[in-house]
Design a protein around this ligand. Structure first.
Ligand code: PMP
Length: 436
């Protein structure tokens, strides 16, 4: 104590008192023959006993853009063009309730079911796609399908070509798989196929990811000519094509668009579709249609990820198809969505100032709208928030000029009577920015 006091230039009582305080807090202990020893941190007591687990990382903050959009949507009277789903009255709730009752007559509907999915459901999808059931795998949503494809068919360091702008959650999957993403542009006719030959030569990609029909976020559809050329290029360069097609059944022209899968005799296309956009995302059902070895490898990997898709929901979906209820439901849904699209197009035409343009989608959920220079969609979101209307700014879906000046406007969620007034509000916000 004396030595320490001398070294610190304080008197001895100060040192003695300091030791006493440390001992009272359980930080040091006087031991006979050893002097004063320093102990570890005190055992927590009471409320202090809750300590972070050593494996708990920092909680990721909500993406600021999502927080901004949610803040607008939450306000009373707000109109949302920012959703990625339908308004609830468009779901086939009555049919699902009836079928749930019906399939539960058999208690086995509450069991696990097979790893690759319920066979009659695989068969029904195979029949609709013109393939055999061993080419169909049922999964719990396209998100899991994309995840498994990225883990089973890709290695870290591989390159994938991804159209840009693109479905945002795909980008996250490729990021976390450690693969290099090379962007491919998209225009009003879908993926730009010119230049793809060079890209494939240069980067030797394993896969190309595309949403050829009623693109999210652009709403555009790949032309038949580009479809043919894309398949030829895939075969020439041995590149797999992942065709993400949740919106395909939601066409407004009376004619379905032929899938890339149906144009692909060589088996380069891995097709994914989902019940989420045409029926209900709550069912968590999607399917991969691919060559049997791909189906088998992915089925095995799913065993250690989510084990099975919900059998009950698969039974409901199977009955929905078998009883012709899907056709009936789509017969109502397509005109309802088309009506909303038309209301949005009319309102854009009526209210938007010169210089604002948009693509006309032939199906799906979204209209992509472009602002004139120097406006940006992010800036507009702030202004639109003041008007109580929300949308998703294009740069959420990728980088570049096209994305920065683009808006994804969803027409499947707002009620028909909200669409005109919502676009009028948005147009007022655009006009204010143009005057600045
Ligand atoms: N792909 C695209 C293009 C989508 O828009 C969505 C849903 N927003 C998904 C995949 C994911 O759908 P699921 O609910 O089947 O996971």
């Amino acid at each position: 104590e004396r030595t320490l006091a001398r070294r610190l230039g304080v008197n001895r009582t100060t040192v003695v008192n300091a030791y006493r305080e440390l001992a009272a807090e359980g930080l040091v202990e006087g031991r006979v023959g050893h002097g004063t020893v320093v102990l570890g941190p005190p055992e927590p007591r009471g409320a202090d006993a809750v300590r972070p687990m050593p494996w708990a990382g920092p909680t990721e903050a909500e993406e600021p853009l999502v927080a901004d959009i949610n803040a607008i949507i939450r306000r009373p009277g707000a109109i949302s063009f920012a959703h990625g789903e339908m308004s609830p009255e468009l779901y086939p709730a009555e049919a699902v309730a009836h079928l749930m009752q019906q399939v539960l007559q058999d208690p086995a509907a509450l069991g696990y079911g097979p790893i690759a999915g319920l066979m009659p459901l695989r068969q029904a999808i195979a029949d609709a796609m013109g393939v055999t059931a061993d080419q169909v795998l049922i999964l719990a949503g396209s998100q899991i399908a994309l995840y498994l494809i990225s883990r089973v068919l890709l290695q870290p360091g591989d390159t994938v070509l991804v159209e840009m702008p693109s479905y945002i959650n795909t980008l996250g999957i490729f990021d976390s798989a450690g693969v290099r993403v090379v962007p491919v542009p998209v225009d009003q006719h879908g993926l730009v196929v010119d230049g793809l030959d060079e890209l494939m030569l240069r980067y030797q990609p394993k896969l190309l990811f595309t949403l050829p029909t009623f693109h999210n976020p652009l709403g555009v559809t790949l032309t038949p000519e580009r479809r043919r050329r894309l398949i030829q290029l895939a075969a020439r360069h041995q590149v797999g094509i992942v065709e993400d097609d949740p919106y395909g059944p939601l066409h407004f022209t009376g004619q379905p668009v032929p899938t890339l899968k149906s144009l692909d005799p060589g088996g380069y296309v891995i097709y994914i579709s989902s019940a989420s956009k045409a029926v209900s995302p709550a069912l968590r059902l999607a399917w991969i249609v691919a060559a049997p070895p791909v189906v088998e490898r992915i089925a095995r990997a799913r065993g250690s990820l989510d084990f099975r898709a919900a059998l009950l929901n698969q039974r409901v979906m199977e009955a929905f198809l078998r009883e012709g209820l899907l056709a009936e439901h789509l017969g109502r849904l397509r005109p309802a969505l088309k009506e909303r699209r038309d209301l949005m197009l009319e309102a854009l035409q009526r209210y938007m100032p010169d210089g604002v343009s948009w693509y006309v989608p032939e199906g799906g959920y979204h209209i992509w709208c472009r602002l004139p220079r120097p406006l940006t969609a992010r800036r507009l979101l702030t202004e639109a928030g003041r008007e109580g209307v929300a949308f998703v700014p294009g740069d959420f879906y990728g980088a570049g000029q096209m994305a920065r000046r683009g808006l994804r406007l969803n027409f499947s969620y707002p009620r028909p009577e909200e669409i005109g007034p919502g676009i009028a509000r948005l147009a007022r916000a655009v006009e204010r920015l143009l005057r600045e």
